[in-house]
Design a protein around this ligand. Sequence first.
Ligand code: ADP
Length: 402
Amino acid sequence: MIDNITFDEVFDDNRPQLNAGPHPHAMMDITNTKDPDMDMARVVSHHSGMQAGDASADAPGSPLAAPVSPCTTDECSRQQHPHQPAHGDSITGRYSNIEHSYHIDPRVLGTGHHGSVRKCQDRRTGKRYAVKSIQKSQRSVKPAGLRREISLLHEMRHGGIIGLRDAFEDAQYVHIVTELCEGGELFDQIVERATDESSPGCFDEVQAAGILFQILKAVQYLHDRNIVHRDLKPENILFDAKDGASVKLIDFGLARRHDGRHEGPMSTVVGTPYYIAPEVLKKKYDRSCDLWSVGVIAYILLAGYPPFNGKNNADTHRAVSRGRYRFASEDWKHTTSESRDFVRRLLQTDPARRMTVDEALAHPWIIRHNQGPIVFGNSRSEDESSVEVGLDQSYEIMNRWS
Ligand code: ADP
């Protein structure tokens, strides 16, 4: 369990510094600094000179394949970043070679809109982590957004949210090292269960309410800090371990800080079609968009398929905007009215009528199935967007349901 980011543990003076500059620490990533006053979030914001917000990332993106494998040889690394970046050119303010600190497994664990994720191992401690490598040259990758993602992750200290361990940058990539989740995506579990014809539905109510409770606790932690995730979906919820007991929220690429009391509504349309809230499509929304997504996830956990669907994104968006869905009796007859009430109170097209995260956590169905102490497997949040992913970029993910 990583409670704190221990940047100062990673740098090893005895290891060869292939790209050592004038000072042996010149190759050191800013995140590895031994200077206790040099906190990464501050360094990031110092170098970015940008504030998080929709305006920094409103430009539409384009669909892109996941980045190719990062260069993982010393020779390659030498070629990749022989020089430190010119001021303003980099995300973190400093180039360094992740291979000096971590051994990266070449096999890909998962790919997202912007990064491919691999296992890696701390060369000094032997501990295993996950590393997301994001190719900076992708048109959809916005420096301000990537800084925001790292900065937000850096704040997270919650058992239900992935913990940041380190961040590295070279000429082509930014590498984000986080806790490793070995249990796979919630999405895969849903597909597996939904296609199992020997049992009805997907997750049983006890399991579903347990998972939703953990998701809601993570969302509560975010919302208490005025952070909105904006891309809650089963692909971004990972099982910590193979036992499937605890889940963690990942991917803060679309998250941002937003204080609804002092700021106007958000307006950038971001998210993934199945899970996007109707008011997001209307470009006027607040944190309650996350609760809509939780409602969609709840529906899927119980039924095995999404409540709003369509032949293409435009169709799905229309279905979301209409907000009409069914509890088809053949699929829902084994469920309790309490579970359906929970879903119904989240899938309210009017955000004012939708449950808040605190209300959702206090719903009788959630309370009934989560009486005992909750033990999160591991752990360790806020605003900007790498990657305010335009909706077009979510098509591939959306099609995973079809
Ligand atoms: P992107 O920001 O590019 O969309 P994600 O952060 O969503 O990338 O990660 C892509 C996929 O990689 C995830 O859906 C998951 O399968 C896998 N993955 C991400 N983080 C981890 C992790 N910490 N442990 C294990 N697998 C991970």
